[in-house]
Write a new protein. Structure first.
Length: 69
């Protein structure tokens, strides 16, 4: 469900790129917006499934005291 929510952002950027193309006919800006949408989609596809993963934590040393300044 989180992936579906996240993917609305790249979809919005892609829609913005399409609107930008029809308003300005400027290819470089449109290509950059499309690349940005693809990069966000790939990032979400890779990272969002690991959102709730909790890695191992370091053990706490009971003898360690934070130095006072």
């Amino acid at each position: 469900m989180a992936l579906l929510k996240y993917m609305t952002i790249p979809l919005g950027v892609l829609i913005t790129a399409i609107i930008y193309w029809f308003v300005s006919y400027e290819p470089i800006g449109t290509v950059l917006l499309v690349i940005f949408a693809i990069a966000m989609a790939v990032m979400g596809w890779i990272l969002v499934p690991t959102l709730n993963d909790v890695g191992p934590t370091a053990p706490v040393d009971p003898d360690w005291h934070e130095p006072s300044a």
